[in-house]
Design a protein around this ligand. Structure first.
Ligand code: CO
Ligand code: ZN
Length: 333
């Protein structure tokens, strides 16, 4: 079953958009002995090649997580911030953030001593970094932060901040482990990408540089399995989600059908994903250069973009198995 220690290390690492260095160094440690070649491009993407010859396939998982940047300082010990990625404001009050220097901040809402009487706007939220009432200096304009929370489990459920998309990174690393030492029929480029949460920026640069024949993104998708939520036919424990479309990308039917047939041939549980809000690195790969057919293996995840993103370990394993089944055989779509 999927390596929980690997997942814990990845989700607890710090990496708001544009500041993926800590995650990249961590992943580099895991993949150095698995890949034939490892390099970092000008956008900070970590590119790991396995095998040579055959179709070039780029597999993308993003290293960054949603975060914020301080844009003004308020009273001593308080900072205002702008978002880097889709923070859910109502989930922020009372949550904690971590800055690069290790400072832990608390998010609060102005105007109310106890119970907020309305939903917050971004302008009403602040980060409290006060230490003793005489505060100066530990947080500056321009500093980046990310939400912080420990990894935990509840049965088969794995709960953490930044499952989006460190769980995709874990799936990629596990697939690399499974493929190591095999005679590979494809030339694989596992790319751990930057700045997905602010507009899928790193993946486009990497795709232009690699010029793959096909792309596969690994990312989380939402579910429709919580009370009074029938918004989509995806549930935790239902298997790997094979994307049909999202708001930025219609998967070419040949790619989707290849994924389905490989899942069925290997007995891997799967479900079909239609996501009406959000997109993935595959949308950038699909439209890079003169167009690169791309698909997505999605990990079902509840409470996306909160500090309690929740996945099921059986789904994680199904995603690893499906990716390996796709990559271990000639890729013809
Ligand atoms: Co996201
Ligand atoms: Zn993501």
């Amino acid at each position: 079953m999927a390596d929980k220690a690997l997942i814990q290390a990845l989700v607890e690492a710090w990496g708001p958009p544009g500041h993926e260095h800590e995650v990249r160094a961590l992943i580099e440690g895991y993949v150095r002995d698995l890949a034939d070649e490892v390099r970092v491009d000008s956008s900070g993407n970590l590119i790991c090649r396995m095998g040579s010859g055959g179709k070039k396939i780029m597999i993308a998982a993003h290293m960054d997580e949603i975060g914020m940047v301080v844009n003004t300082l308020d009273k001593p010990g308080f900072a205002r911030f702008t978002m880097t990625g889709g923070l859910i404001l109502v989930s922020l009050i009372g949550n904690r953030v971590r800055f690069a220097n290790g400072t832990i901040g608390t998010i609060g809402m102005e105007g109310s001593a106890l119970i907020p009487t309305k939903l917050p706007t971004l302008a009403e939220l602040f980060i409290d970094f006060s230490e003793n009432g005489n505060d100066s200096g530990s947080v500056q304009v321009g500093d980046a932060a990310a939400l912080t929370r420990n990894f935990t489990t509840r049965g088969d459920r794995l709960i953490a901040k930044s499952m989006d998309d460190r769980i995709g990174c874990a799936v990629a690393i596990e697939a690399m482990r499974a493929l190591k030492g095999k005679n590979l029929p494809n030339e694989l480029y596992f790319v751990f990408t930057t700045q997905e949460e602010v507009g899928i920026r790193g993946a486009r640069v990497a795709a232009n540089g690699i010029a793959p024949d096909y792309g596969i993104a690994l990312d989380v998708t939402a579910t429709g399995d919580t009370p009074k939520n029938n918004s989509m036919a995806i549930r935790l424990g239902g298997g790997a989600a094979i994307k049909v479309l999202d708001s930025g990308h219609i998967v070419p039917p040949a790619i989707k059908n290849l994924m389905i047939s490989r899942a069925e041939a290997a007995g891997i549980p799967y479900q079909l994903e239609i996501l009406t809000g959000g997109s993935t690195d595959a949308a950038a790969i699909q439209t890079a250069l003169s167009g690169i057919p791309s698909g997505v293996i999605s990990i079902p995840c509840r409470y996306v973009h909160t500090t309690s993103e929740t996945v099921d370990i059986n789904d994680v394993q199904a995603c690893i198995d499906l990716l390996v089944a796709l990559l271990a055989q000639p890729f013809e779509a």
